[in-house]
Design a protein around this ligand. Structure first.
Ligand code: NAI
Length: 401
């Protein structure tokens, strides 16, 4: 079988190249994001592409490169890819949604301690030549209660770290979530606000979480409590937060995400919270660590490899999920077809008529496409591939092993 060629753009972490090369792929690295014109020129040479957020896989690029087997987004978001067009062409797209989970959780813990000890402020004073050695208003986090809103990947990691520092953990989630350690789920958000010394937000951006924290919720928080938001900027009404801080109700806050953020490091940042006392402002760096970049390189290259070598689409953002263990003595045939009446029976008729024995089969569908993985004896795979390929509803058929 020919060696598959993968193009990795935008300085993707070298660990991705290493992982793919050690699994038998030809990998080329470029440091920049090619524009549409260049993508149209160069992509015909490659079987798969890895990008970060700046390379735009537009409908035109995807449509003109239907031969691509997969697109790996070595980042969290996938807005830079026309996912619908990719799906229609039978191209699964992978990303790394949770590679930076621990990084965010660690930032939250650092911020909790910084707020309780006024570290940002004391440091600024020291830089300015002012010696403020007072213990007044500085606290340990041990024995304090942290209230976590959204007990998903990040929220539950914060829970583990906070408890290790001797904090009491309570959390609120719309779903019933298994508590880690001694954490306790509360039934109402208000109960969490009333009982927490620190409130930290870890919900996704949804219509229901937009403006979730307004002056009403802030007033339910304990006097002197701290708010941490490293989720999404739309969750907190910043003007209400500013009022609560300036009135002395809240003791401080740490904000990593904002309703409007600069598009690049070159743009200026402004926020109503600038200059407010005991407020830590960070430029959306919750997930920005070297470790997260390594994790992203490893996680996405692994997904790309698993798809190219075994047809596993598990974790793809635009494709039905299939993850069938590979059997050593079989050949694996993949078929992506339009999910229309008769598509599967036409494939099964071809297999039945050939007399081939099926060692394993798995079908997963969504409204538009069906993804079928079939394990057959190696001697039968090629003939089946060429017959199934000819079906009008087939989008792509290939043998992976
Ligand atoms: P996740 O999907 O694993 O967890 C979210 C949790 O929130 C789930 O348990 C869900 O049931 C819960 N939830 C949803 N709606 C809710 C509501 N109305 N009230 C209470 N709970 C609700 O998400 P993950 O990975 O933990 O990410 C959380 C947030 O962190 C996201 O908004 C994400 O965009 C943000 N994030 C920020 C980063 C940064 O650099 N600051 C980096 C990575 C993620």
């Amino acid at each position: 079988m020919k060696k598959l060629k993968v193009l990795l753009c935008e300085n993707i972490h070298p660990m991705a190249k290493e992982n793919l090369e050690s699994n038998g792929f030809d990998v080329e690295l470029i440091t920049y994001a090619p524009d549409e014109k260049e993508l149209l020129e160069i992509l015909p040479k490659y079987d798969a592409i890895g990008i970060r957020s700046k390379t735009k896989m537009t409908e035109k690029v995807v449509q003109n490169n239907k031969h691509l087997l997969t697109i790996g987004c070595f980042c969290i978001g996938t807005n830079q890819v026309n996912l619908e067009a990719a799906k229609k062409c039978g191209i699964p797209v992978f990303n790394a949604p949770h590679s930076n989970t621990r990084s965010v959780a660690e930032l939250v813990i650092a911020e909790a301690i910084s707020l309780a000890r006024q570290i940002a402020q004391r440091s600024m004073y020291a830089h300015q030549g002012r010696w403020d050695k007072s213990a007044l208003g500085s606290f340990e986090v041990r024995t304090k209660t942290i209230g976590i809103v959204g007990y998903g990947h990040i929220g539950s990691q914060v829970s583990v770290l906070a408890e290790a520092m001797g904090m009491k953990v309570i959390y609120f989630d719309v779903l019933k979530k298994l508590p880690l350690g001694n954490a306790t789920q509360v039934g109402e958000m208000e109960e969490l606000f009333r009982n927490s010394d620190f409130v930290t937000l870890h919900v996704p951006e949804l219509p229901e979480t937009k403006n979730m924290i307004t002056k009403k919720e802030l007033s339910q928080m304990k006097k002197g409590a701290y708010l941490i938001n490293a989720s999404r900027g739309s969750v907190v009404v910043i003007e209400d937060l500013k009022d609560s801080l300036e009135s002395g109700h809240l003791g401080g806050c740490a904000i990593d995400v904002f309703p409007s953020e600069p598009a690049s490091n070159k743009e200026e940042f402004s926020s109503p919270l600038q200059g407010v006392s005991n407020v830590i402002l960070t430029p959306h760096i919750g997930g920005s660590t070297e470790e997260a970049q390594v994790n992203i390189g490893g996680e996405v290259s692994e997904s790309v490899k698993r798809f190219l070598k075994a047809g596993s689409s598990s974790g793809s953002v635009n494709f039905p999920q299939v993850d069938l263990p590979v059997k050593g003595d079989s050949s694996r045939l993949l078929n992506i077809h339009r999910n229309e009446p008769g598509a599967l029976s036409a494939i099964n008729t071809i297999i039945a008529d050939s007399g081939a024995n099926i060692d394993g089969q798995y079908l997963s569908t969504d409204n538009e496409i069906g993804y079928l993985v079939v394990d057959v004896h190696a001697s039968e795979a090629q003939k089946l591939e060429s017959e199934i390929k000819k079906l009008e509803k087939s989008i792509r058929t290939r043998i992976v092993s």
